[in-house]
Ligand binder design. Sequence first.
Ligand code: SF4
Length: 241
Amino acid sequence: MPSKRKSIAKTKPTPKKARGRVRSRRLKAAEPALLYERLQTLYPDAHCELDFTTPFQLLVATILSAQCTDKRVNMVTPVLFKRYPSVESLARAKQEDVEEIIKSTGFFRNKAKAIIAMAGAVADTHRGDVPSTLEALVTLPGVGRKTANVILGNAFNVNEGVVVDTHVGRLATRLGLTRETDPVKVEQELMRLFPRDKWTMLAHLLIFHGRRVCDAKKPRCGECTLADVCPSASLGLASRA
Ligand code: SF4
């Protein structure tokens, strides 16, 4: 009889506490270096998907990309940069004219105001050159830490931090790399887990994977290269149910 009780106990659903232990063991398997290596193998050409030729263009495109797809931004920026080819010309632009061009990116009034003010600050305070330090970048209108990290990593090849957008935040959580929800704290955790020279590429890899496989609503865990080490691999199965 005791052996029967034992066997029943074995078939009980895993208690919460025990599930936590299983989760921890799996988390331990998902070493940051392994995750990075697998994603890099899968996306050897991962890169910033916003089109730009100068730091200023990337700054404008990044501000426009808030709550908007990179694809949409890439349709709008050629028109914008043709009409306003320099920092100074955008700084002098009429708000309603800029709004008209960027309308399809959403939140166009705020974005038009931000890019005109940002261009004015770059022209007046930095002689038309986008600054290459985090401290100076975050003083520009419409530029926060995330945008500054995008510019530093992609226009200046400076690994100052990790860009934590919606994809990076979601994947960091699903992969068990963080339990934080505040992007700044998530960034700090990622900076602690990955070597500095990987920070810019790490964000690209997570964004590529988030867009192509680890979808917010329907993660495709069945075809994911990280499924065997991801503590959230059952999400994909649940979403198919
Ligand atoms: S296994 Fe699923 S949840 Fe984990 S990274 Fe892959 S797609 Fe995302």
